[in-house]
Design a protein around this ligand. Structure first.
Ligand code: XUL
Ligand code: CO
Length: 440
């Protein structure tokens, strides 16, 4: 292994079980443990996010860089090479298999499209060697179409076609890079694909442009034979006041109205769900209901702060509810759980990166174990099945299969008379979840 950027951890983090007091060990994530027919490793396919882990430096609106990141030495190309070494060392030391990046995280932007492409190609050449040496894989790649000032008014949705074209060129290179590295997915997060004011915005024009960019990408993907899954990551606001990919329901409707629904699934991020006024499990459920649950950006917000704080997920009540949806969905592969999360500004040591990831990984492993037990024992299903029992009746089935008439249903209702009211048992269900969590 190249120079050690993380000397505080000398060997791969191991599973030591719930009794362990070692903060540099997994207490619940046991990669080879089989749960619901799959190993934990197969369930999660955890990934490290390049941007938060290696590129973020603790800058916020009130202060400059505050983190110790020993790979940030030398010119931009050298820093990119160092960060690549840091990535493979870190992923290996956590005992994980995947990472994710934006084009501009892994390689610096040049002065021209050609120069940026050259920088990217040089770095992915090295990345591919390191992937081959370590067995570490790319969960997904993406293009950063939001940081450069040229994208201030959007990339695909920019009112200037020249910016649209520039974004298309960058997107093409990012898809090529992802394909070259065997990326299992490719993510589209519409960083500034939205508006600040409708006074200067043609909504229909901009959303059609977005659909056009996605269509060009789909056609290109087919042309080059890239097999990765395309994913759209909904977010309601931030950086723009209104983002077009607002939430799962909005994105699904958008894909359907532009004939793109067969080519995309969704990448659901917990903090984006809460910004949309939804729970994480709501967004997962809506995506899953349409067969569109593709991947997860694992993080959490803060109920007292209304922005995308991208914290590490530690709330096992939330991870349990999320894993109930994921298990019912039959998993999310070829997607995975990408830690789109960063340490707080005050957690500036590289050691904090280990604590943060171990905490998030264990929180999801606990969620998986509790959700699995709840499902196996039919602890919730026995009550929920009863709620929907009358939909098993012949006429109800005819209604769902579009074979009944309104007159038939009306006649049935008249015969039956006033329906008996039934409790939804919400409080009981909440107690059951608590009991299972605490029994762990
Ligand atoms: C921003 C966000 C992005 C995407 C990838 O809120 O989540 O990092 O995950 O562009
Ligand atoms: Co994200």
């Amino acid at each position: 292994m190249a120079k050690a950027y993380f000397p505080e951890v000398s060997k791969t983090i191991a599973y030591e079980g719930p009794q362990s007091k070692n903060p540099l060990a997994y207490k619940w994530y046991n990669p080879d443990q089989v749960v619901a027919g799959k190993t934990m490793k197969e369930h999660f396919r955890f990934a490290i996010a390049y941007w938060h882990t290696y590129k973020a430096n603790g800058t916020d609106m009130f202060g400059p860089a505050a983190w110790n990141r020993p790979w940030n030495t030398g010119n931009a190309i050298k820093i990119a090479q160092n960060a690549l070494d840091a990535n493979f060392e870190f992923v290996q030391k956590l005992g994980l298999e995947y990472y994710c990046f934006h084009d501009r995280d892994i390689a610096p932007e040049g002065n021209t499209i050609a120069e940026s492409r050259k920088n990217l190609q040089a770095i992915i050449e090295l990345a591919r060697k390191k992937q081959d040496e370590t067995g570490i894989k790319l969960l997904w790649g993406t293009a950063n179409l939001f940081s450069n000032p040229r994208y201030t008014h959007g990339a695909g949705t920019n009112p200037d076609f020249n910016v649209f074209a520039y974004a298309a060129a960058q997107l093409k290179d990012a898809i090529d890079a992802t394909a070259y590295l065997g990326g299992e997915n490719y993510v589209f997060w519409g960083g500034r694909e939205g508006y600040e004011t409708l006074l200067n915005t043609r909504y229909k024009q901009e959303t059609s442009q977005l659909a056009a960019l996605l269509r060009l990408a789909v056609e290109y993907k087919k042309k080059i034979g890239f097999k990765g899954q395309f994913l759209i990551e909904p977010k309601p606001k931030e950086p723009t006041k209104h983002q077009y990919d607002f939430d799962s329901a909005t994105v699904i409707a958008f894909l359907k109205s532009h004939g793109l629904d067969k080519d995309f699934k969704l990448n659901i991020e917990a903090n984006h769900a809460t910004l949309a006024g939804h729970t994480f499990e709501h967004e997962l459920t809506v995506a899953a209901a349409d067969g569109k649950l593709g991947s997860i950006d694992a993080n959490a917000g803060d109920v007292l702060l209304g922005w995308d704080t991208d914290q590490f997920p530690v709330d096992i009540y939330s991870t349990t509810k999320a894993m109930l949806v994921v298990l019912e969905n039959g998993g999310i592969a070829p997607g995975g759980f990408n830690f789109d999360a960063k340490c707080r500004r005050g957690s500036f040591d590289t050691l904090d990166l280990f604590y943060a990831h171990i905490g998030g990984i264990d929180a999801f492993a606990r969620g998986l174990l509790v959700a699995d037990k709840l499902i196996k024992d039919k602890a919730l299903a026995s009550i929920v099945d009863e709620r929907y029992a009358t939909w098993k009746d012949d006429l109800a089935k005819k209604v769902l299969s579009k074979k009944a008439t309104l007159e038939e249903v009306a006649e049935y209702a008249e015969e039956k008379g006033e329906p008996a009211r039934k409790s939804g048992r919400q409080e009981l269900l909440e107690i059951i979840v608590n009991d299972y969590l605490l029994a762990q």
